[in-house]
Design a protein around this ligand. Structure first.
Ligand SMILES: [Zn+2]
Length: 164
């Protein structure tokens, strides 16, 4: 690790303190309890809707979901909720550091349950983000404008399938 890398390494880190590791699928009964305390620790009241969406988001390990994808999952799980409420909840979760927002372009935003520093591949025309470990991307840092400090470096590498 080069010295400049070390400076960048933790810049994107959000409040990991609120994030507990959740039990595996076998611990079904404990899961809602875990999510409830995760929300409480983050300063959010564990409402029925937040718990329901939290269960979808955080129960399966790290994933990237758009509001639309989460809404579809909620409907499949017989949770009656509007897309607007899904959006609001995702933004509330992001604000307290439970999720990280990854904007791919003007129209596509994903919410990442992995809030630790890392980067992404995005397949053009697809609907999926693939994680890249933080250490695998090296970005030179240009001289910053005076009066500013580096907040975060997030890289999205766009891919397209090879045409023969
Ligand atoms: Zn990710």
């Amino acid at each position: 690790m080069t010295p400049s890398r070390a400076v960048v390494a933790n810049q994107c880190e959000q409040s990991n303190r609120t994030r507990g590791s959740l039990p595996g699928p076998e611990a079904k009964i404990d899961r809602l309890h875990e999510i409830r305390s995760m929300l409480r620790n983050a300063g959010l009241r564990p409402t029925r809707q937040r718990l329901a969406l939290g269960a979808i988001l955080f129960a399966k390990g790290d994933q990237h979901m758009s509001a639309e994808m989460l809404h579809v999952e909620a409907i499949k799980g017989k949770i009656s909720i509007s897309l607007a409420t899904v959006y609001n909840t995702l933004h509330q979760f992001t604000k307290v550091g439970l999720l990280r927002e990854v904007a791919v372009d003007g129209t596509k935003t994903y919410f990442d349950t992995n809030v630790s520093p890392h980067h992404h591949f995005f397949v053009e025309g697809g609907n999926e983000l693939i994680d890249i470990p933080d250490a695998a991307v090296r970005v030179g840092t240009p001289t910053l404008p005076e009066g500013y400090q580096l907040a975060c470096i997030e890289v999205v590498i766009r891919l397209r399938r090879k045409t023969r």
